[in-house]
Write a protein that binds this ligand. Sequence first.
Ligand SMILES: Cc1cc2nc3c(=O)[nH]c(=O)nc-3n(C[C@H](O)[C@H](O)[C@H](O)COP(=O)(O)O)c2cc1C
Length: 354
Amino acid sequence: MPLPTALTQRLGISHPIIQAPMAGGSDTPALVAAVGEAGGLGTVGAAYLAPAQILDAAKSVREKTRRPFGINLFSPLPAPTPPKDYTAAIAQLASYFADLGLPAPTPPGPPAYSFDDQMAAVLESGATVFSFAFASVPAATLAAAKARGMTVIGTATTVEEAVALEKLGVDAVAAQGSEAGGHRGSFAQPFEDAMIGTMALVPQTVDAVRVPVIAAGGIMDGRGIAAAFALGASAVQMGTAFLTCDEAGPPEAHKQAILNAREHETRITRAFSGRPARGIVNRVMTDLADAEIPEFPLQNALTRPMRTAAGKAGKADYLSLWAGQGLRMARRQKAGDLVQKLVKETEEALGRLG
Ligand SMILES: Cc1cc2nc3c(=O)[nH]c(=O)nc-3n(C[C@H](O)[C@H](O)[C@H](O)COP(=O)(O)O)c2cc1C
């Protein structure tokens, strides 16, 4: 691809294509390694992994490839305020649990590990990139990652967030447009005030910061990559396009839902995790659209058994079907083939533009 940038050189990759971190098992070591082998940057979404699991995942990637790869965490957040009593939160999930043959959920206990524990594993992992979303990270975390020679990428959903991350000292900003699948990375304002489309967010961010900007949200093929570069991006970060790849780990029902859904069938919901995220509308999302939902990560812990059982049973109605608005362009393929196709399509798109 005729698009080497200062960022691709710094990251040591051939193509400016980053496979988005996708915490929750979608970004398997096989996916991360396949993207790396094809010349992109694979990323392990480690937000829900215990420190030992982070080290295992990184080891598994390193056994499959010698290419660079990234690890991503959710930034440390203030402790959530639990509901005064969990009766209503449990009652509104009880029928789904019963349908899946599960006992009703129980109130979540305290977290088993901290961000600092996870970060210690990230620093030992051999990853060359550390990325984060949901907030800023402590200056000491950033310094520790940089001292290891890691490139640090923060996630912004507004220009103000990007400027704040640049001030903190990140090496690049992932500008997450409102089309994006999965959780919103917003932290400086309510997410409703930060639903800026990729087309508008990327150039305004590029104008406001000096660090490289990575475009994310709704980018599914070479036309999207060429467009992102026209807007001033130095790379793209793609999640949904990689979710339906053979090596990706979401339940088959999730892959099928993406392949069958259309661009108007996703919404932002708090129903599964307590934090706004974009997914394909299903029964749980519809039922709980106006419900009072415990804060992240309490709701995430409450719904986990339901999501795990639904994945095994192939019941899409109870899964968090994270996906972006570009999902009509999703294809079932090998991740390496997707990267190669993206490179070719980008060249064609740029060629058509002369
Ligand atoms: C299933 C899924 C899980 C995601 N998990 C994470 C995550 O753990 N950390 C993160 O920074 N972004 C996460 N994202 C958001 C991506 O980084 C990125 O912003 C998004 O995928 C871009 O939009 P697209 O899906 O339209 O390509 C996730 C996205 C999806 C689809």
